[in-house]
Write a protein that binds this ligand. Structure first.
Ligand code: T4K
Length: 389
């Protein structure tokens, strides 16, 4: 059997490498069937009936009062920030995917990087106030790997200083806090429906918001600001989800709950396998937060584990396991932002430590248990030569 931990050729010779995720794919015949309606209607985009239907279904699933769909998460966040009419500086996290910071830039907003918390790896709410100036207009937190930011504390800070609160919830589809949908916190939240996400529309995204009056504004902005055939009232962009994406999304949504369960079992197996390894921790939210089941993340404490995270990564890659080092390099270290005063590495020690110690492992419902065991063995064996304690 190829998938055994002791097999030096794992994964089997000639078999494809093991990816960190696989998209949920509905039965192709069901997709064709769904597309027939689109063909019959001869309507492919511009807020068609499929997108309208999916908007309702996702709103219900996320348990949020207001939601708009988009062609991808980046454009959704770009438009969300634009809709709030923000200016000046926005306090944000450096430990994220580039899109979070780039959309600030595209809105001519200056990112101000704030360090992150060592446990959740989300923006350190205790340090936010130190970054506030008279130019600050918002806080942009990321529920990284589905771990919620400190929602109540951030709300309080924002209230005290009259700031908007925007969340990048790209990783947090379906996350609840005390049974409450994560998209109900802050002024706006963005969800990504990229193929690598638990729920996806191949490419896609959504904004959820507190203020109902934002919906017409956001919807105008995603359609070039066109109000009627003769009126363009806002400097909008093209952010529309098309009908093919929307049909796919309706089918994928029916698969999400069972995939969530399957991933829960995979996660349990990882946890059991890695529980007793000194210097390793699995990043998981605990009660009252429900897991988004989007990523399987470990953090390596080099001193305790005995070797650096990079060595674990190389060991996995050399055995065909395509682990990822999300989110290294830090976005504060890339040339377009590294000159900002808040990007100075000495101001962001926790984020730098996270970037050099966090590893994302393969995680999807159909990942065979033997493969999980084999991956965990490679992780453990990467400590070869480290004396047992
Ligand atoms: N904010 C945050 C915090 C985000 O993480 C993201 C996106 C965004 C904003 C922006 O949202 P979108 O505009 O994307 O909706 C991937 C995704 O492309 C990206 O959506 C995601 N975050 C990011 C964390 O991951 P890459 O460059 O790592 O993708 P790639 O092509 O290397 O694929 C990753 C893994 O998925 C591989 O193991 C292969 C597998 N895969 C990928 C695709 C596309 C598949 O099995 N099938 C597929 O179709 O960025």
């Amino acid at each position: 059997m190829a998938d055994t931990p002791s097999d030096p050729t794992f994964p089997a010779a000639g078999s494809p490498p093991i990816r960190i995720t696989k998209p949920l794919l509905p039965d192709l015949q069901d997709l064709v069937h769904g597309l027939q309606d689109v063909w019959d209607a001869e309507w492919l985009t511009n807020n068609g009936s499929q997108a309208q239907r999916l908007e309702v279904l996702v709103r219900e699933y996320l348990d949020v009062p207001h939601l708009s769909l988009f062609n991808n998460g980046t454009i959704a966040l770009l438009i969300g920030l634009q809709s709030l009419g923000l200016e000046g500086e926005v306090i944000t996290t450096p430990f994220t995917f580039p899109a979070t910071t780039h959309v600030l830039n595209w809105n001519r907003l200056s990112p101000v990087f704030c360090d992150i918390e060592p446990e959740s790896l989300t923006i350190d709410a205790g340090q936010i106030e130190a970054h506030i100036t008279e130019r600050t207009s918002a806080i942009l937190g990321v529920h990284v790997f589905g771990n919620p930011c400190r929602l109540t504390e951030i709300d309080r800070i924002a209230d005290r200083h009259g700031l908007a609160v925007v969340y990048d919830a790209a990783h947090a589809f379906g996350t609840t806090v005390d049974g409450r949908g994560i998209g109900t916190f802050g002024d706006l939240s963005m969800f990504s429906f990229h193929a690598t996400k638990l729920f996806h529309t191949a490419e896609g995204g959504a904004l959820t918001f507190r203020d109902p009056s934002l919906k017409p504004r956001v919807d105008l902005l995603r359609n070039f600001g066109i109000k009627s055939e003769s009126e363009v009232i806002l400097p909008g962009i093209n952010g529309k989800m098309n009908e093919i994406q929307a049909v796919l999304g309706q089918l994928v949504l029916t698969m999400v709950d069972s995939e969530r369960q399957a991933r829960g079992a995979v996660r349990d197996r990882y946890r059991r396998n890695l529980a007793d390894v000194p210097g390793l921790r699995m990043l998981e939210p605990s009660e009252p937060v429900s897991n988004s089941e989007q990523y399987l993340v470990i953090q390596v404490d080099e001193e305790e584990f005995g070797v650096p995270c990079g060595q674990v990564y190389s060991a996995l890659r050399s055995r065909g396991v395509l682990a990822r080092r999300y989110f290294a390099p830090l976005i504060s270290d890339v040339p377009c932002y590294s000159q900002l005063p808040s990007a100075a590495p000495e101001l962001l020690p926790v984020a730098h430590n996270a970037a050099s110690s966090v590893l994302t492992l393969p995680f999807y419902g159909t990942l065979p248990p033997a493969t999980v065991d084999a991956i965990c063995t490679i992780v453990r064996d990467s400590r070869a030569g480290v004396p047992h304690r």
